[in-house]
Ligand binder design. Structure first.
Ligand SMILES: Nc1ncnc2c1ncn2[C@@H]1O[C@H](COP(=O)(O)OP(=O)(O)OP(=O)(O)O)[C@@H](O)[C@H]1O
Ligand SMILES: [Mg+2]
Length: 451
């Protein structure tokens, strides 16, 4: 139960306030001097409001207020003033008092002030709780993976989170770009400010510009009232510009200015607005190629690309498939209240030999579906219909170290051959013209189990 501390050198007045609060169900204590009150506050943490007289001998109300704001800044201080000392009340408000009442006050006057403060404190508590719940949801502990490639990403995230550097996240669809962007925000000092996502691909040129920077009423047809842009909403926090590769050249110019001067004007306005926003951009396009083609500004690219995080496609971190699958299995079996314990080793093999064009998102969808459809409590191959026709396309076979690409193709060839021979290794080795031992080596190197 939250308590009120009343401070007044006039004992009768203090007791009167106490009775008044008690009649409304609030518990309070009375101190006859500022010094006594400060001592009480130091040992009892249950006070959430202090109601103090202003004019007192020794330590006056203003001094009490200053002390409290230093030592217990979360306590709301209400000052009681007499008619002649109203200027002191103004000073008290400047020093951080929550409110004031003028003596003599009516019963209800004091109660209304107290209740307003308590309600505000409850709301603040609720906001804090929701915020930490959100932060919890997006910490990078929720990014699953143990492969060397993903571990490298964890390192980069913890190195860059608390810097002010702009970040460019590149990766195929479904590799976790948004997940990483949120993890960076909630791991940074900006975490108590907004994380604002803008999907740049979904909007036309005019709409994107007004979405980002806001507009004044009448700036264009359809602008029927003022609009605060996303940059202003994100002030103090992080803006996540998704699909940055698609933004039109005119918007690029305006964006460049925000990156350079933290300044812009709303559409149809000539008043510059200053903001403090960190930019995280994401794309699955090759921005460098867009720069070469002349559709993406080189200077903007350099500004965005202070730190680049490249999220590898799932087929390049096969080690992670099994833990990701178990992770999603536990999420979706809970969510659907269905007891599914594990994935059979054959089913897992199918998962690890698939190329995952839709990456982690596709894996997540497949597992969700399998949990819902599976008959027993083990996921079997029939529960995971994968489109096996997909092989590596020449487009995907570039831009990586040669050995990595060769390994990828080799793995696929072995899997295909084993399928062809119904897992007869003798036959497979013959077709591939390698020794049985050689085949076994490759099976373990590529983490291919029984098919
Ligand atoms: N390493 C991971 N651990 C756990 N979940 C992941 C991981 N990577 C991705 N996911 C999940 O996969 C889904 C897709 O991730 P996300 O939306 O971040 O991808 P994206 O790269 O932004 O995709 P797109 O380019 O299509 O927008 C999300 O549900 C996300 O939670
Ligand atoms: Mg995304």
């Amino acid at each position: 139960m939250k308590k009120v501390l009343i401070i007044d050198d006039d004992i009768a007045m203090g007791e009167m306030c106490k009775e008044l609060l008690k009649s409304k169900g609030y518990i309070s204590d009375v101190s006859a001097s500022g010094k006594d009150a400060v001592e009480k506050l130091a040992i009892d943490g249950a006070y959430s409001i202090v109601l103090t007289d202003l004019v007192m001998p020794e330590m006056d109300g203003i001094e009490v207020l200053k002390k409290i704001k230093q030592q217990n800044p979360h306590i709301a201080v209400v000052v009681m003033t007499s008619y002649g000392t109203i200027t002191n009340a103004v000073e008290a408000m400047k020093l951080g008092a929550a409110d004031y009442v003028t003596k003599p006050f009516k019963r209800d006057e004091l109660i209304v002030v107290i209740e307003k403060i308590l309600q505000l404190q409850r709301l603040e508590g609720e906001v804090d709780r929701l915020r930490s719940e959100l932060g919890e949801k997006y910490t990078f502990k929720n990014i699953i993976g143990e492969s060397p490639k993903i571990k490298k990403i964890f390192e980069i995230i913890s190195d860059v989170s608390n810097t002010e550097a702009n970040i460019l996240i590149q990766g195929e669809t479904g590799t976790g770009k948004e997940l990483v962007a949120r993890a960076i925000h909630y791991d940074s000092v900006r975490k108590n400010y907004p994380f604002v996502k803008v999907d740049c691909a979904a909007l036309t040129e005019t709409l994107l510009e007004s979405e980002l920077f806001g507009h004044e009423k009448g700036a264009f047809t359809g602008a029927i009232k003022d609009r605060v842009g996303r940059f202003r909403t994100a002030d103090g926090g992080t803006i996540f510009l998704d699909e940055i590769g698609n933004i039109p050249i005119t918007v690029q110019a305006k964006l460049l200015r925000v990156l350079q001067d933290c300044e812009f004007e709303a559409v149809g306005s000539d008043k510059p607005v200053k903001v403090d926003v960190r930019i995280i951009a994401a794309t699955n396009a090759d921005l460098e190629e867009n720069v070469e083609k002349g559709i993406f500004r080189r200077d903007l690219f350099y500004r965005l690309n202070v730190i680049r995080i490249f999220l590898p496609p799932l087929r390049e971190r096969i080690d992670d498939i099994s833990i990701l699958a178990s992770h999603f299995l536990s999420i979706y079996s809970k969510k659907n209240r269905k007891k599914v314990d594990r994935i059979s080793s054959e089913a897992l093999n199918n998962l690890t030999s698939y190329l995952w064009p839709g990456n982690v998102r596709e894996l997540e969808n497949i597992i969700e579906r399998a949990v819902i459809l599976c008959k027993g409590n083990v996921i079997e191959p029939v529960d995971i219909p994968l489109y096996q026709g997909k092989t590596v396309s020449p487009m995907e076979l570039s831009g990586k170290p040669l050995q990595e690409l060769i390994d990828q193709v080799e793995r696929q060839i072995i899997i295909n051959t084993l399928k062809l021979t119904d897992s007869d290794k003798e036959k497979a080795a013959k077709i591939l013209q390698i020794s049985r031992a050689g085949l076994y080596n490759k099976l373990s190197k590529h983490k291919i189990g029984e098919l």
